[in-house]
Design a binder for this molecule. Structure first.
Ligand code: SF4
Length: 164
C-alpha cells in the first residue's frame, strides 16, 4: 500500500477557508497521489468546530509552538479567543495521521493552523513573519513531515523515498 499523504482540504478545492473560498492547486504530485488513492483531506479549523465562513484569526505571540505550550493565543480580529478550537483541530488532525500511519502532510502556507514556514504576524496588518501554525507545530512535534503547497516537488520526493 502506498504511503498516505494528509492535505489541507482547501488545497484540494474544498471551500473551507475562513472567507468561504479555497486554495485549489494543480500539480503533478497531486495527480500521482490521487491515482494512488493515498490522499486524506481535512481542514483543522473545521475539525476543531469552527464554522465556514468564520472571522479571520491570527496567532498573538511567537507562533504555533507557543500556542501548544500555552504561551500564545489565537484570536480573531474582533478579539474572540479561538485557541481551544485551534488546539482541538490540531489534535484531531494528529489523530487522523496516527490512525492512518500518515507521515507526510501538505498544508497551506500562511494559515494560523496550517502554515509551515510563514504565518501572519498577529497584527491583522497583512504582514507575515517566519513561523508555523498550530496544526503544523503539533504534527512536526510528532514526527510528521510538513510541506507547503510551494514544496510539492519536495513532498513527492519524500513520498517516493517512503514508498521504496
Ligand atoms: Fe485551509 Fe488549513 Fe485554513 Fe482549513 S485551516 S481553510 S485547511 S488553511
Amino acid at each position: 500500500k502506498p504511503p498516505a499523504v494528509l492535505f489541507s482540504a482547501c488545497l484540494l478545492g474544498d471551500a473551507v477557508r475562513y472567507d468561504g473560498g479555497d486554495n485549489l492547486q494543480v500539480h503533478n504530485a497531486i495527480r500521482i497521489w490521487h491515482q494512488n488513492d493515498c490522499i486524506y483531506r481535512l481542514c483543522p479549523e473545521v475539525a476543531g468546530g469552527l464554522p465556514i465562513p468564520r472571522p479571520a484569526a491570527e496567532i498573538i505571540g511567537a507562533g504555533g509552538d507557543a500556542v501548544l505550550d500555552g504561551s500564545a493565543r489565537v484570536v480573531t480580529l474582533d478579539g474572540s479567543d479561538v485557541t481551544p478550537a485551534f488546539l482541538l483541530g490540531a489534535q484531531r488532525t494528529l489523530a487522523v495521521c496516527q490512525q492512518n500511519n500518515i507521515k507526510i502532510a501538505v498544508l497551506t502556507e500562511g494559515s494560523p493552523s496550517c502554515g509551515s514556514q510563514r504565518i501572519h504576524a498577529g497584527r491583522f496588518s497583512g504582514s507575515k513573519t517566519a513561523g508555523q501554525g498550530v496544526t503544523s507545530a503539533l504534527l512536526r512535534t510528532n514526527g510528521i513531515k510538513v510541506f507547503s503547497q510551494h514544496q510539492l516537488d519536495e513532498a513527492l520526493l519524500c513520498w517516493s523515498s517512503l514508498s521504496d
